[in-house]
Ligand binder design. Structure first.
Ligand SMILES: Nc1ncnc2c1ncn2[C@@H]1O[C@H](COP(=O)(O)OP(=O)(O)OP(=O)(O)O)[C@@H](O)[C@H]1O
Ligand SMILES: Nc1nc2c(c(=O)[nH]1)N[C@H]1C(S)=C(S)[C@@H](COP(=O)(O)O)O[C@H]1N2
Length: 195
């Protein structure tokens, strides 16, 4: 069985040039380690907000490293150098508009400026590529969603739909810790796994 391969891309002029320490990649890695119960491998990249470099990086992770999932963080806003969604769309085979729509919905529960993110979800070949905002805390917020004080889900995070999407793209069977994020797939697509 193929191991899940995940590409993580932090897009930040200042973190990539050493003005501040990158918190995007560690936040992504920590969240995935808490959420995934199936084994996975990670490829990380820290790059500046340059459209050609973002496009090249996404293509390398999907075409050469054979990633099933690529998560980007940063560069989704309206500023001139925020070009991550543009680069993502430029290398996309198909758009998955639900991911961007749902992430903005979720984020509105955390910040009124959520609508400023132009984040998109797309498919390139076998891979699902998702843009997350640059604020490191937005990684957990959008992937995991919003819970009340008792841990009950108020707004489901987008990662709930990622395992089934990877499965539909002929990738490995991905499972998550329901305490962090409960993945959903239709009954007909569920497999009994030994744990
Ligand atoms: N990789 C990162 N590591 C730590 N903090 C970050 C990172 N990316 C963004 N941030 C924080 O989130 C804020 C909003 O992110 P945004 O992507 O808009 O960055 P920015 O202002 O365009 O600057 P840069 O691209 O140089 O990080 C930043 O001002 C910074 O405080
Ligand atoms: N969940 C979440 N979404 C968020 C934010 C956040 O802090 N949390 N910040 C917003 C802000 S202030 C901006 S400008 C946009 C774009 O951010 P980016 O350019 O860092 O990608 O994401 C928005 N979405």
């Amino acid at each position: 069985m193929d191991t899940l391969r995940i590409g993580l891309v932090s897009v930040s002029d200042r973190a990539s040039s050493g003005v501040y320490q990158d918190k995007g990649l560690p936040a992504l890695e920590a969240w995935l380690a808490s959420a995934l119960t199936t084994p996975f491998q990670i490829e990380t990249r820290l790059i500046p907000d340059e459209q050609s470099i973002i496009e090249q990086t996404l293509c390398e992770l999907v075409d050469e490293m054979s990633c099933h999932l690529v998560l980007t963080t940063g560069g989704t806003g309206p500023a001139r150098r925020d070009v991550t969604p543009d680069a993502t769309l430029a290398v996309a085979d198909r758009e998955m508009p639900g991911f961007g729509e749902q992430m903005r919905q979720i984020s509105l529960n955390f910040v009124p400026t959520a609508i400023l993110s132009r984040q998109v979800g797309v498919i390139r070949k076998q891979a699902l590529i998702l843009n997350l905002p640059g604020q490191p805390k937005s990684i957990k917020e959008t992937l995991e969603g919003l819970k009340d004080e008792d841990g009950a889900v108020k707004v489901p995070g987008i990662f709930a739909s990622v395992p089934y999407c990877v499965q539909l793209l002929d990738g490995p069977y991905v499972e998550t810790d329901p305490q962090v994020v409960a993945s959903f797939r239709p009954k007909s697509a569920r497999r009994e796994t030994l744990s």
